[in-house]
Write a protein that binds this ligand. Structure first.
Ligand code: XIL
Length: 297
């Protein structure tokens, strides 16, 4: 293929980008996105603070705009994210006990129902583990206890039984304490029939990241019977940037259950990072990193 999307599609994979709907009106942004990618994810528009600004009052305007834009161009949509410790609306942050549980379950039902049939996968739970493999002490963990992740997956499955349900995190780019804790959770979920279909590897990394066990790590999760996805890829600038993009892409291509790659933005000028980590520069010119990915797909 001659684009990221068409090349990925040749092996049945997708190649996506995180999108801020506010930039869709900029021609360079929209044209690059439509020409090169075959999947999108909302950078912020489907998060809890955006979709439920007041308890039980949902606002799907940003997410719906992205879904229609993508559908009109034949692109797929990933859902990100139903439950996370960050970007919670203010009203949810102070809830305790059963009130927080009900708020979480009601949020999952409201959002996943609304996007049923429109998103192919959901990051049901985002970033629930620490580097040492312990649970992050978020309000969810402290108020609801260890079972909250399972509760979230069961609620998402009830609301949208056909979407692929993922656990998503960062710092899981090697076989380490954090990725092993997540691995053990997924193994437990699979053995007990808790509905989980995929694991997302955010892959926010440095140009000289040590990726010696990256592929083996993806493979050990796939061997549990879940799909794996690279969900938020970006690589800091530096001499190794292009090669590192190639290594990550090759790893996904080598793992049969790695279903696709999403980069966390279209252009360096709108990246959440300040170290030019994406495939297109501020003028929408293809970088070396772009060519490295295309060659690996
Ligand atoms: C980031 C967005 O890119 C920013 O615009 C926002 O201000 C903060 O969140 N992990 C995730 C993403 O799962 O949702 C985060 O996105 C980046 C880190």
């Amino acid at each position: 293929g001659t684009t990221l999307g068409t090349s990925a599609a040749e092996s049945g994979r997708y190649f996506g980008a995180a999108v801020s709907t506010q930039y869709l009106s900029e021609a360079g942004y929209a044209n690059t996105l439509a020409a090169e990618f075959n999947s999108v994810v909302a950078e912020n528009a489907m998060k809890w603070d955006a979709t439920e600004p007041n308890p039980g009052q949902f606002n799907f305007s940003g997410g719906d705009q992205l879904v229609s834009w993508a559908q009109a161009r034949g692109m797929k949509v990933r859902g990100h994210t139903l439950v996370w410790h960050a970007q919670q609306p203010g009203w949810a942050q102070g809830l305790t006990g059963q009130n927080l549980r009900n708020a979480m379950l009601n949020h999952i039902a409201g959002v996943a129902n609304h996007y049923e049939g429109k998103v192919f996968a959901w990051d049901v739970v985002n970033e629930a583990f620490e580097w040492d493999g312990s649970r992050r002490q978020s309000n969810l963990q402290q108020q609801l206890g260890n079972g909250w992740i399972e509760e979230a997956f069961r609620a998402a499955d009830a609301a949208d039984p056909n979407a692929r349900l993922c656990y998503n995190d960062y710092g899981t780019d090697s076989i380490n304490a954090k990725s092993t804790a997540i691995y053990n959770m997924v193994r437990d979920f699979k053995s007990r029939g808790v509905p989980i279909d995929c694991v997302g590897f955010q892959t926010h990394i440095a140009h000289n990241e040590n990726l010696s066990s990256y592929q083996a790590n993806l493979q050990r999760f796939a061997d549990l019977g879940v799909d794996v996805e690279i969900t938020e890829l970006d690589v800091g600038q530096g001499t190794g940037q292009a090669a590192t993009y190639g290594t990550v892409t090759n790893a996904c291509m080598a793992v049969a259950r790695c279903t696709g790659i999403t980069v966390w933005g279209v252009t360096d000028k709108y990246s959440w990072r300040d170290d030019n980590p994406l495939l297109f520069d501020g003028n929408y010119q293809k970088k070396q990193a772009y060519h490295s990915v295309l060659a690996a797909l």
